[in-house]
Design a protein around this ligand. Structure first.
Ligand code: IVH
Length: 667
C-alpha cells in the first residue's frame, strides 16, 4: 500500500473506531461484533506501525476507550486500569508466551489462565475491609463513580470476611448480566413496544450507568472480581495466591482457573476452558492468560495501553440455535442465486442475527435444510453469519425437502449452472436484480462512493427506466432526480454534484466499480498502479496481465473477457464520452520504485519469465524498457541464445544481468 492509500485508510479506520467506541462504551449500543471491532483495531495498529510518519500517539488504536458519562462524579484510579491485548490466533498466543519467557529469561514461565468474563469492567475499593467505592474504567485513568447502582448487586460484598485487612485495596472485576435476566428484560420491552437490547453485556453497561436508581434497581446484575489494583501493604506474591485470598474474603470468583507452565500446558488449559465455559453462569468470550508471579509482572511491565505480562485469547466462532422461518433467494449483480435463511432472531457473537447465508443450492442440498428446521448458525471470522447444520432430531415430522427455484425469482429466466461454478446463475444480463446490483456496486463506498446514490435511489431510477447501465448515471439531469421520492431541489442538486465529482475519482475506484469478474478493490488498485489508465488495461494481453503482482490467470482471463464483451465496451466508451476522467495513481512510491531512472533492454529466452512479463515487472518498479542497446542503457537482461544485443552491450560496457540478478535486485 502506498503512503497515500495508507493515510486514507488510517483516517477512515480512526474515525470508524471512534464511532464504535462511542457506541460501545458510552451508548452501550454496539453495531458490530467484538470480533469485527478487534479486527478494525488490529488493522489500524498494523498500518500505524508500517507508517510511522502518520502519528499514532492520540490514535484510538492506543486507547482503552472512554465510558465516562455526564451525571456521574469522576474518580482517579490509584493505579491506572489498563486494557488487554487480544488475539484470536493460536500462533500469536504462542508468540506471546515466547516473548514473556524471553523477557524473563526462563525456559517455562508460570501462568494463570482464567475465563474472560464478557461484562463491564469495574474497580471496587475496600478500606479496612469495608466497601467504599465502585468506579468504571472510564478512560483508564479516571472513571465514573457508580456506587449507587453497584449497591443493587447483592453479590458484591459490603465487607470482606476475615482479619488482617489491607488499609486500602482496589479490586478489579466485571459486572455482568445473566442470559435469563437479559431475556426477561427484553421480553418486557418487546411487550411495551420498545426496541430490544443487543446483548447482555451492553444491557449491563447501560444499567450501571442509569441515573434513575429506581429503574436500575429493577434489573439484576452480578459481579465477579479477579484482579489486583492498588494495594497497601503488599499481600501476595502471585495472581494464584490473590485468587485464593479473594476466595477467603468471600468475594465472587471466576468459576475456575488453571495453573500452567510453558506454552503447551497453557494452551491445554485454554482448550479445556473453551469446552467448559458453556456451563458457566456468566458469558465468557475468551481466556485471560496472566504471568503468575507479581515480580515477573513488574519485570515485564506494560505499554501505554496494556500489560506485557497478560493477553486475552478470544474464542471467535460463536454458534447459536434458532428456527429457520423461511428461505429467500437473492440474485446478485453477477446473476448468482444465493439462498438466504430467514431466522427467528437470535443473539450471536454480540449481535442479533435474523438472516444468514445458506451459500448455494449444493450446500443446501448437502445439509438438507428445510423450512421449519432448527438450525445452528455460526458467526466466525467472516462477517456474514452462516447456517452450519440442521438439528435433525428436532425436525418437524411434516417438513419436506426445499425445492430450489429453477427460474430467476426476479425475471423468471430459467437459471443455469455455469461450468466450474457452484452457484446457479440467472443469465439474463437485463435482469432487474442484476441491473440494480451493478449500479449499487458502482456507486458504493468501496467503489465510486457517490453519496446519495444508495439502494433505495437506485431501485427507483431503475423502476422508472431512467438508468440501466452505469453510463446512464452520468446522463441524469435535475428534472429526473427532483421527481424521485423523498427528493427535493437540494437533494437533487447534491446528488448531481456527487455524480459529477465521481468523474475524477481515483482510477482504482472506477476499475472496481466496473464489476469485472474477480477484480475486487485490491486487484483494482494493483491494476491501476500497473496500467494507469482504462485504455491501457483494455489493451493488455494475458502475459502482461499475469505479470502484475496480485493478478492470477483466472483474474487475467476475467479481465480480457470483460473487455471483449461488446456491451461492456460500449458502456465504457459512453462513460468516457460523458466526461469520465479518472485520476491515475502517483508514480510508484519510493520504496517500490527502486528502478526509477534505470533503462533496461531485454534479449534472449529467459529461464522462467516471458519477455513481456519481465517488462511489466521492471515497469512496475519504475524502470523503463527500451528496444535497442545504447550508451544510455543501464542493464541488458539477457537469457539463452542472446545475439547481437549482447555483443553490442559488451562492446559499450553495459552491465549484463540474468533473470536471477533482476529478481535479486528487486527482493
Ligand atoms: S485482567 C491489566 N482478567 O477484559 C489487565 N480481565 O479485554 C487487567 N476481563 O479490561 C485485566 N475477565 O475488563 C482480566 N479474568 C479476567 C477478565 C478480564 C474479563 C475484562 C477486563 C479487561 C478486558 C480486556
Amino acid at each position: 500500500m502506498n503512503t497515500n492509500d495508507a493515510k486514507e485508510r488510517i483516517d477512515d479506520l480512526r474515525s470508524e473506531i471512534k464511532r464504535h467506541d462511542e457506541l460501545y462504551h458510552r451508548q452501550a449500543t454496539p453495531e458490530i461484533s467484538d470480533f469485527e471491532y478487534d479486527r478494525l483495531k488490529r488493522e489500524l495498529a498494523d498500518l500505524e506501525v508500517a507508517n510511522p510518519g502518520l502519528g499514532s500517539e492520540a490514535s484510538p488504536s492506543m486507547s482503552v476507550g472512554d465510558d465516562r458519562a455526564s451525571g456521574f462524579a469522576s474518580y482517579t484510579h490509584r493505579l491506572p486500569m489498563q486494557s488487554l491485548d487480544n488475539t484470536y490466533s493460536k500462533d500469536e498466543f504462542f508468540a506471546f508466551v515466547e516473548r514473556v519467557e524471553k523477557g524473563l529469561e526462563v525456559e517455562k514461565a508460570a501462568f494463570l489462565i482464567e475465563p474472560k468474563i464478557d461484562g463491564v469492567a469495574v474497580s471496587v475499593t475496600y478500606t479496612n475491609g469495608k466497601l467504599e467505592r465502585a468506579i468504571t474504567r472510564g478512560n483508564g485513568v479516571e472513571g465514573d463513580d457508580i456506587m449507587a447502582n453497584a449497591l443493587f448487586i447483592e453479590e458484591l460484598p459490603r465487607e470482606l470476611q476475615g482479619n488482617h485487612m489491607p488499609d486500602t485495596i482496589e479490586i478489579r472485576g466485571e459486572i455482568y448480566m445473566l442470559n435469563e435476566e437479559f431475556d426477561r428484560i427484553n421480553a418486557a420491552r418487546k411487550q411495551a413496544g420498545l426496541e430490544a437490547f443487543m446483548n447482555p453485556r451492553s444491557l449491563a453497561a447501560g444499567t450501571v450507568k442509569m441515573l434513575d436508581r429506581s429503574e436500575a434497581a429493577k434489573r439484576k446484575l452480578n459481579v465477579v472480581l479477579y484482579g489486583l489494583g492498588f494495594c497497601q501493604p503488599r499481600l501476595v506474591d502471585s495472581q494464584g495466591e490473590f485468587q485464593e485470598l479473594l476466595g477467603k474474603w468471600g468475594v465472587p470468583l471466576v468459576e475456575k482457573f488453571w495453573k500452567a507452565r510453558g506454552a503447551n500446558e497453557a494452551w491445554a488449559a485454554i482448550e479445556e476452558l473453551d469446552a467448559l465455559r458453556e456451563q458457566f453462569a456468566y458469558p465468557t468470550d475468551g481466556a485471560v492468560i496472566k504471568t503468575d508471579l507479581l515480580d515477573h509482572q513488574a519485570e515485564l511491565g506494560a505499554t501505554s495501553k496494556a500489560p506485557r505480562w497478560a493477553i486475552a485469547y478470544k474464542f471467535a466462532a460463536e454458534q447459536a440455535e434458532t428456527t429457520l422461518e423461511g428461505i429467500t433467494v437473492q440474485v446478485g449483480r453477477t446473476g448468482a442465486l444465493t439462498p438466504v435463511a430467514e431466522l427467528k432472531p437470535v443473539l450471536l457473537a454480540g449481535t442479533t442475527v435474523s438472516r444468514a447465508t445458506l451459500h448455494n443450492q449444493e450446500e443446501m442440498a448437502r445439509k438438507d435444510v428445510r423450512v421449519g428446521d432448527s438450525v445452528i448458525v455460526e458467526k466466525a471470522g467472516e462477517i456474514i453469519p452462516a447456517v452450519v447444520r440442521v438439528v435433525l432430531e428436532k425436525r418437524p415430522s411434516d417438513s419436506g425437502p426445499y425445492e430450489f427455484p429453477q427460474k430467476c425469482p426476479e425475471c423468471s429466466t430459467t437459471v443455469k449452472k455455469v461450468e466450474g461454478e457452484v452457484a446457479l446463475r440467472c443469465l439474463n444480463p437485463n435482469c432487474p436484480a442484476q441491473v440494480r446490483g451493478r449500479l449499487e456496486h458502482f456507486a458504493s463506498r468501496q467503489c465510486m462512493d457517490i453519496e446519495g446514490l444508495g439502494i433505495a435511489v437506485v431501485q427507483q431510477l431503475v423502476e422508472r427506466g431512467l438508468v440501466s447501465t452505469i453510463a446512464d448515471i452520468y446522463k441524469l439531469n435535475f428534472e429526473d432526480l427532483v421527481e424521485l421520492e423523498k427528493f427535493a431541489e437540494k437533494s437533487a442538486r447534491n446528488l448531481l454534484q456527487a455524480i459529477e465529482r465521481s468523474k475524477s475519482n481515483e482510477l482504482w475506484r472506477l476499475l472496481h466499480g466496473l464489476g469485472i469478474p474477480q477484480v475486487g478493490a485490491a486487484a483494482a488498485k494493483d491494476l491501476a498502479k500497473a496500467f494507469r489508465s482504462v485504455s491501457a488495461l483494455r489493451e493488455a494481453d494475458l502475459d502482461t496481465l499475469v505479470a502484475i503482482d496480485g493478478v492470477g490467470e483466472k483474474t487475467a482471463l476475467g479481465i480480457i473477457a470483460y473487455f471483449e464483451d461488446t456491451s461492456n465496451a460500449s458502456v465504457i466508451d459512453q462513460l468516457f464520452a460523458l466526461g469520465m476522467n479518472p485520476l491515475a495513481p502517483e508514480k510508484p512510491a519510493a520504496e517500490d520504485a527502486i528502478l526509477v531512472g534505470k533503462t533496461f533492454v531485454i534479449t534472449g529466452t529467459l529461464p522462467s519469465m516471458k519477455r513481456d512479463q519481465a517488462k511489466a515487472l521492471i515497469e512496475s518498479k519504475g524502470g523503463k524498457v527500451s528496444g535497442s542497446v545504447s550508451k544510455k542503457t543501464d542493464y541488458l537482461l539477457a537469457g539463452e541464445s542472446a545475439g547481437s544485443k549482447l555483443a553490442k552491450a559488451e562492446k559499450l560496457g553495459v552491465e549484463v544481468i540474468s533473470e536471477e540478478d533482476l529478481l535479486e535486485m528487486l527482493s
